[in-house]
Design a protein around this ligand. Structure first.
Ligand code: ADP
Ligand code: ZN
Length: 684
């Protein structure tokens, strides 16, 4: 008897679907089912996608192998979820069978024995407050799109009550019998946030984040799939938990770059969530005080509905922002006549200005808490003139040059290079120096200045596990920390009642990252950091921004919390250079053990890209190819790294071009890998 055949996406680096015979005569396989199939000499997991149209005989020449078994414990994925996986695979050019693994929990389902829910402690039930006028308008507008796909950008300043709007919407969705998905950046998924949801919807919350054990993750997953819980709150990977009756998706802090995964499947959680809402025909709400320029552009062009909440709840004021010009500070300190005196008549470290020091003294004397942020990302060092703040930029790319081997300046987009000189081309002083101030140095200095106060440091060296962050939050809440020193990782979403002073030690570092999004990130960071101060007090919080560039666009607008002015000028710059959200980008990463082979593969890739674009000028005429250039971090764990950037005018052109470029990889040198990142965020 001829067997029916099914197409299977296998968990292997194979982009094509493979055909297998379905020998389960009594209960034929269905789409979405997990199976084990033979592949070469092994057996691998696979996902059944559909039946072959003609159920042919088993082919004698290319013998079609049979599906080996059905994986128990993995319920078939719902239709919308399959469609979504298909979209992910084709958009991000990644094998579907490998993506599908993320849809299932790590362990087997537990038996009937009900253990206590450790992940979500009981909290006192809270009653929903009456919405403010601004909240009510947004809530009503979003409600109108229940039951169909629509994207809303909820643009509300920090503390405007966005979370409360989400809670009201979710309440309605639950009443209609559907489920809700809430995505937040991993770092904001704190006990504070979960408790707020739990208090409103007791016993209805499941959470998924990186701090769970395999057992906890498995249990949380099943509680949603079995519909015991109705609301899933999670980091980006929670998207993969299959839900078949979604009524709303919320993406909070939608601008946050942690929604983008840099490894394996390089997907963006926000963009993927929008597609998921589309397949579920439900609304999606993207919330932010500093929207990404992609979302903002979608809102002002009408693709998204724009909902605004321009003021803080209960008339609480936004913080007072003071800008300290570090150029003036340096100048004044040079001369004993003009050198400012401070409380205690001490000498301050070079990075600490007198106004910020005095504010620290006053805050600590009052018994309040202070936080110092150092906006320092990545490893690449830039150079800057310590006299005037001048930064070397690439003449071709509008990004800053980075320092290599202490003596050469390089552009990481186009490979422009020049030797480093000590004399500043702008002020002619011998002031050019590598910029590299660390959180550790800041903490040491602070401990010397304030020995009687308790400090804590939060950066990637200190906070390597979720529990460290939770412990830090706990100590902040209990006033066991007076001065918190950290990188941007702690600048997001945290809410401490007694934190009334925030200092940004060196705002400039962020402007000069080798990335066209540097200004956007700086603006977001400045605004988010400022939003941490004085959230609960009647008096406005105090924010000090130390900078060499007080006239910089990001700073001028951050003072006024003026996102719209900032976005206006930034969008103009993006449009001129055809960067997103106007043009689309793909970044090819070439990695290898040997410098020469890696470089050669990168060059071959670029040659092939030029060739392809010239071969089909009618399709690919608008494509721009940049590189090859060494990646800003040119070597990681012994591997050399190169980049090639592709700019295109539209999405589908970019996809086709990239898919064609990597479809065959026979030309790639051995020991070398070529990976593609669609809509890259991390240019390092
Ligand atoms: P956002 O998410 O925009 O930063 P939140 O939702 O956290 O703002 O709200 C800020 C504060 O205001 C929270 O303490 C919240 O409990 C409170 N709040 C929000 N909405 C209301 C309301 N309608 N009435 C009273 N308090 C509110
Ligand atoms: Zn350049």
């Amino acid at each position: 008897m001829p067997n029916r055949c099914v197409q299977v996406a296998v968990n292997a680096p194979i982009r094509d679907l493979l055909t297998y015979a379905d020998t389960f005569a009594e209960t034929p396989l269905v789409a979405g089912q997990s199976v084990k199939v033979p592949l070469g000499k092994r057996h691998v997991a696979g996902l059944v996608l559909n039946h072959e149209p003609n159920t042919s005989e088993v082919d004698s020449e290319f013998k079609i192998k049979a599906v080996q078994s059905i994986v128990e414990d993995r319920p078939p994925l719902p239709e919308q979820h399959l469609k979504w996986l298909n979209w992910l695979a084709s958009y991000y050019l990644h094998p579907l069978g490998q993506i599908a693994e993320a849809c299932f929990p790590p362990l087997k389902k537990k038996g009937r024995k009900n253990t206590q829910d450790q992940v979500l402690p009981d909290v006192a039930v809270s009653i929903a407050p009456t919405l403010s006028e601004g909240q009510a308008t947004c809530y009503q507008n979003i409600r109108k799109s229940f039951g169909r796909f629509e994207s809303h950008l909820l643009f509300g300043v920090t503390g405007s009550g966005k979370t409360e709007v989400y809670l009201h919407l979710i309440d309605d969705v639950l009443k209609s019998g559907k489920q809700a998905l809430v995505l937040v950046p991993e770092i904001s998924l704190t006990p504070q946030l979960v408790e707020r949801f739990q208090a409103r919807f007791p016993h209805q919350i499941a959470v998924l984040h990186s701090g769970l054990t395999d057992r906890e993750r498995t249990d949380q997953w099943w509680s949603i799939v079995d519909k015991k819980k109705q609301i899933l709150v999670g980091a980006r990977s929670a998207l993969f938990c299959p839900m078949d009756d979604l009524g709303i998706i919320i993406v909070d802090e939608e601008h946050d770059s942690s929604f983008k995964q840099d490894e394996k499947l390089k997907y963006h959680g926000r963009d993927s969530a929008i597609m998921m809402a589309r397949f579920h025909s439900c609304p999606i709400v993207l919330g932010s005080a500093t929207p990404s320029l992609e979302s903002w552009n979608n809102a002002i062009t009408g693709k998204f509905q724009l909902q605004r909440m321009p003021s803080r709840i209960a008339g609480r004021s936004l913080p007072d922002v003071h800008v300290v010009n570090m150029r003036d500070i340096r100048q004044a300190r040079k001369d004993p006549e003009t050198k400012p005196k401070v409380t205690g008549n001490i000498d301050l470290p070079f990075w600490l200005s007198e106004p910020l020091y005095e504010a620290l003294v006053a805050t600590l004397n009052r018994g309040d808490q202070a936080a110092l942020f150092l906006n320092r990302r990545g490893m690449a060092q830039t150079v800057q003139c310590i006299e005037c703040g001048y930064v070397h930029e690439c003449p071709n790319c509008s990004i800053s040059l980075t320092l290599h081997h202490h003596s050469e300046l390089h552009c990481h987009y186009c490979d422009y290079g020049m030797p480093k000189k000590d004399t500043c081309p702008s002020c002619k002083e011998p002031g050019i120096q590598a910029v590299g101030l660390g959180t550790e140095l800041v903490e040491n200095d602070i401990q010397i200045l304030f020995p009687e106060y308790k400090t804590a440091r939060a950066d990637r060296d200190e906070i390597t596990h979720r529990s460290h962050l939770e412990d830090l939050i706990h100590r902040m809440e209990n006033r066991q920390i007076d001065i918190l020193i950290g990188t941007q990782m702690i600048a997001k979403g945290l809410d401490f009642p007694h934190l009334n002073l925030v200092g940004l030690v060196m705002a400039d570092v962020g402007f000069n990252m080798p990335d066209f999004r540097a200004s956007e990130r700086s603006f977001q960071l400045l605004t988010q950091v400022s939003g941490r101060a004085g959230r609960h007090s009647e008096d406005p919080g105090q924010v000090y921004i130390q900078t060499y560039n007080p006239e910089h666009e990001s700073i001028r607008n951050a003072i006024k919390a003026d996102f719209e002015s900032f976005s206006l000028s930034e969008l103009k710059f993006r449009e001129e250079l055809n960067y997103p959200p106007f043009g689309r980008l793909a970044c090819f990463r070439i990695k290898g053990q040997h410098l020469d082979k890696t470089e050669q593969t990168a060059q071959t890739l670029v040659d092939r890209a030029y060739h392809l674009s010239q071969q089909y000028p009618q399709h690919y005429g608008g494509i721009q190819i940049l590189g090859p250039a060494p990646a800003p971090i040119s070597r990681i764990r012994g591997k050399f790294r190169f980049h090639m950037l592709v700019k295109a005018t539209g999405n589908s052109v970019l996809q086709k071009f990239c898919a064609q470029l990597i479809s065959n990889q026979k030309w790639v040198s051995s020991g070398t890998k070529v990976l593609v990142d669609i809509d890259p965020l991390n240019m390092l």
